[in-house]
Structure formats: C-alpha cells, structure tokens
Design a protein around this ligand. Structure first.
Ligand SMILES: Nc1ncnc2c1ncn2[C@@H]1O[C@H](COP(=O)(O)OP(=O)(O)OP(=O)(O)O)[C@@H](O)[C@H]1O
Length: 226
C-alpha cells in the first residue's frame, strides 16, 4: 500500500544547498534506505518527512495520516538527568507506560545503568538511548537518521534485527546511512541522493539489474564519477 507520494519536492536553503528534487513513492511495511555522501540531502529529506520543515516546492501526499517515531542524528539530551529520567520524560510525551520504558531500556542493554547520569555515557550508549526513545510508542512509521552512528558491530547487528522486527510487525522504516553494505543488507527500497537530487531509486533487486552492478558502492561510485 502506498503511504506517501513525494512529487518534485524541494527544500533549497539560501546558500543554494539542501534538497533540490525528490520524486518517489513510499510503500507501507517496507524498509527504505536513504544513501549518499555528506551533504547529499538525506537529513533535509528526513526533516520534511518528519514535518520539522516544510518543502518550499513540490508536493508530499500522505495517503493516510502517519504516527511517526523518530530517531534524530544530532540529539542533545539533558545529560544531567539519568537515562531512566530522560526516557521517562520522552515517554510522558507519548503517553507510554513504565512497562514499555523498561522493555526498551532492556532492549538496548541500558537497564542496568538506567540510574546513571547520561553525561557518564559513551557515544554508543547515548546513541542506544536515542534508539530506545525512538522505539517507544506505537507510530507505524519509524524514521531513523544515521542510526548506526557511534554503534559498534554488535549493536549494528542488533539495530538490524530491531529494524527487521519492525517490518515483521507491519511497520514501515525509513533510515539514512553512509554504510552502503548495511543499506544493501536490510533495505527493500533505496534512494541514492547526490547533491540534493535522487540519482538512483528502486527496489534493491531492480537497481542492481538496471545498473548492471553487484553492490551499492559500485553504483554510487559510478554515478558520482569517482
Ligand atoms: N539549515 C540549513 N541551512 C543552510 N544549508 C543547509 C541547512 N541544512 C542543510 N544544509 C545544506 O544542505 C545540504 C544537504 O544537507 P543534509 O544535512 O541534508 O545532507 P546529508 O545527506 O544528511 O549529509 P551528511 O551525510 O553529511 O549528514 C548540505 O550542503 C548542507 O550544508
């Protein structure tokens, strides 16, 4: 089922950067990866999808209203608080009970350290707290901006499992990443962005066929002429 049709969506900033043109369709129950280099426009597109910014031109046609859960890439937690307090604060906004807070803290292995101030956490632990807060609630669209940042290989594998569990539950996942192999392993659909434009899109199988390639890295390097 189609969740969203984005038609010629653009959000170009005063410096002439940002998202210049995006046309794509988002289907429910699938995993969509946004890939591309630094400054390609991935986070700008995510800000439009989450409603933090509004496109300056083009249309975003949601086929039904979406409850969104979101993991930002640059979260700034009040680190004087403990992990449990931070999660409780965010859970109260989503009206999520204690049981679910406990469940997500255990899911990201922060239960034992929940009474520590977050300022004592490593980057990876903060990222796991960020992941935990995004898992709270029942929004059927989960949007993760650079979720692998700061995670070690074990936690990247765990993240992958969690994303697949979301898909098994019938939820839709959109994520951005620089890790092309991660995108390849987990995504059903891919948008490759470059300098604010989508340069390749489709199901992973189709784009490999179309581009006559065996990896996303090969496609990306070929398309950006490296
Ligand atoms: N608020 C803003 N004002 C001006 N320019 C911006 C703003 N936000 C992003 N940009 C510019 O828009 C372009 C796209 O940025 P964006 O953050 O979407 O890229 P990205 O693909 O997420 O990059 P990265 O992989 O480095 O996180 C960049 O050139 C960036 O400098």
């Amino acid at each position: 089922m189609i969740l969203l049709e984005a038609k010629n969506v653009a959000n170009v900033y005063d410096n002439d950067r940002g998202l210049k043109e995006a046309t794509f369709t988002l289907h429910s129950g699938r995993i969509l990866a946004l890939v591309g280099g630094n400054g390609a426009g991935k986070s700008t597109l995510i800000r439009l999808l989450t409603g933090q910014e509004k496109q300056k031109s083009g249309e975003m046609i949601w086929h039904k209203p979406q409850a969104i859960r979101y993991m930002p890439d640059d979260v700034d937690f009040p680190t004087m608080l403990t992990a449990a307090e931070i999660l409780e604060l965010l859970a109260s906004l989503k009206q999520v009970d204690k049981y679910e807070q406990e469940h997500v803290l255990k899911r990201v292995s922060l239960w034992d350290v929940r009474r520590q101030q977050a300022k004592q956490f490593s980057k990876g632990m903060l990222q796991r707290l960020n992941l935990a807060q995004s898992l709270l609630g029942s929004g059927s669209l989960l949007i993760l901006d650079e979720p692998t940042n700061g995670l070690d290989p074990f936690w990247i594998a765990q993240l992958k499992n969690m994303m697949l569990e979301e898909k098994e539950k019938g939820n839709t996942v959109i994520f951005s990443t620089h890790l092309l192999s991660f995108a390849e392993e987990i995504a059903d659909d891919i948008l490759v962005l470059h300098e604010g434009k989508i340069i390749v899109s489709g199901t992973i199988t189709n784009i490999f066929l179309q581009e006559d390639a065996t990896s996303l890295e090969e496609i990306w390097l070929k398309r950006i002429n490296l």
